[in-house]
Design a binder for this molecule. Structure first.
Ligand code: UD1
Ligand code: CA
Length: 454
């Protein structure tokens, strides 16, 4: 296989988003547009990936650097067009002799499968290959002027197109591939005498054809190449992503009576035989094993749910929650950085943060792991077969032994030995007749007040 590199363009201003967040750091399926573009390039086996960033959004450069290192980021000082932007990567790829894939970072649904046909076209002998699509509403997309077979003669930008050309439905996705040397040679010839006064990457097609080279267009589904320029398009991309994830989960044997109300992240793993009730949100990093049930209105992030467990309704699993086989996590329970072993029950109104609960232990309503003193976090560990009374506050660091019990309403500040009962609450006192006496006094006072007023 010819070696591959990718140039990902992310130096545009993204002004149409009207957002303080740079366009390519917005997310679809919980993953930034920029990371999605990098994911696709990695999946295609690109040995080198260069992101072209603009000096106006240092966050984009920092984000790319965090993932690809210093060599993975170059700057386009002024955004003079997509062709100009690709040239910014020339130095970084000076010693690279393979194929370069150019992709825009604002095309979030693009994946390796959609792009692969470009490389097939290269293998069939195309000097350059461009990924196109047929648009339902071609709008502002560049139009493909096709010749015989899969030959592409040139690309005309919408702003420069004639009325006839604007009627063409074949559009440019912005993704193309060709040998590094050829691409950078052609880019040097691109001029900016057009409607936008920009150096268009798309002009390399016409230039290559003028020199008798073979340029091919291959096509992807429109849903894969949707470009994001404004918030409405970001929402449309999210909707398309969700629709496809829901469909694949159903096809893989996940039960979802109301799939349209379930939100997935890019990396959600639901095994066949999982049941997801309505209105569940999967933020990134969730795995749910076969036979588990995620009940309505639950929110999960960075969590693992083992086979046969029941989570929710109205549960919140935060990063580091590990729910064991057959364990139950009920309504208004929040779990963070904590492991629940097999068969644990935490059914009502509790906070379990930083610690562990041993197998079969029952945690009563309103139990709180008091894990934070305003500066540091501390651990709480409960052994197997224990029983935590309702409204127990466990002040970390603390351990409750296997088989131990705590009395309801206890504040537990010291370790509890195995099989002991710990009571950490004020002893109860009774005052006989006190309540009746109190009511009498109050009533007499009220009668006197009413008399004074009349
Ligand atoms: C571009 C294509 C158009 C195609 C459409 C697909 C050109 C000239 N036009 O139009 O044919 O149908 O994408 O979505 O290529 N960027 C830079 N530096 C610049 C300008 C842009 O890095 O100077 C980056 C942007 O950050 C963005 C990408 O290139 O990620 C595309 O730029 P954008 O302005 O969105 O191009 P479109 O008008 O959408
Ligand atoms: Ca665009």
């Amino acid at each position: 296989m010819t070696e591959r590199a990718a140039v990902i363009l992310a130096a545009g201003q993204g002004t149409r988003m009207r957002s303080p967040t740079p366009k390519v750091l917005h997310k679809v399926g919980g993953r930034t547009l920029l990371d999605r573009a990098i994911d696709a390039a990695e999946a295609l086996g690109c040995a080198r990936i260069v992101v072209v960033a603009g000096p106006h959004s240092p966050q984009v450069a920092a984000h790319a650097r965090g993932r690809l290192g210093e060599a993975g980021v170059v700057f386009q000082e002024t955004p003079l067009g997509t062709g100009h932007a690709v040239r910014a990567a020339e130095g970084a790829l000076a010693d690279f002799a393979g194929d370069v894939l150019v992709a825009y970072a604002d095309t979030p649904l693009l994946d390796a499968e959609a792009v692969a046909p470009l490389f097939d076209a290269r293998e069939r002998g195309a000097d350059l290959a461009v990924l196109g699509f047929y648009a339902a509403d071609p709008g502002a997309y560049g139009r493909l002027i096709l010749g015989e077979g899969e030959t592409l003669d040139r690309i005309v930008e919408a702003k420069d197109a004639s009325a006839d050309e604007l009627r063409i439905a074949a559009c440019n996705s912005g993704v193309l591939a060709g040998p590094a040397a050829l691409l950078f040679t052609l880019l040097r010839e691109v001029r900016n005498d057009n409607a936008k006064g920009e150096y268009y990457l798309t002009d390399v097609v016409g230039l290559a054809r003028d020199q008798g080279m073979k340029v091919s267009a291959v096509f992807a589904a429109e849903s894969r190449v949707l470009g994001v320029n404004a918030q409405g398009e970001l929402a449309a991309a999210e909707a398309a992503f969700q629709a496809s994830r829901r469909a694949s989960a159903l096809a893989e044997g996940v039960s979802m009576p109301a799939p349209d109300t379930v939100m997935f992240a890019y990396d959600t793993v639901l095994e066949p035989g999982v049941l997801v009730e309505p209105y569940v949100v999967f933020a990134p990093g969730v795995t749910v094993r076969s036979g588990a049930v995620i009940r309505a209105f639950s929110h999960l992030e960075g969590a693992e749910v083992a086979a046969g467990a029941i989570v929710g309704p109205y549960a919140r699993l935060r990063p580091g929650a590990r729910i064991g086989v057959g364990a139950h996590v009920g309504n208004f329970v929040e779990i963070k950085q904590a492991r629940l072993e097999e068969g644990v029950k935490v059914n009502h109104l509790s906070y379990i943060g930083d610690g562990s609960i041993g197998a079969r232990t029952n945690v009563g309503a309103g139990t709180i792991f008091c894990n934070y003193d305003g500066f540091d976090k501390f651990q709480t560990h409960i052994g197997a077969d224990a029983f935590i009374g309702s409204n127990t506050a466990l002040v970390a660091p603390v351990r409750v032994g296997a088989g131990a019990m705590t009395g309801s309403g206890s504040v537990i500040t010291k370790d509890v030995p195995d099989n002991a009962l710990a009571l950490g609450r004020a002893p109860q006192v009774e005052k006989r007749g006190w309540a009746a006496q109190f009511r009498n006094l109050k009533r007499q006072g009220q009668i006197q007040k009413d008399k004074d007023q009349t």
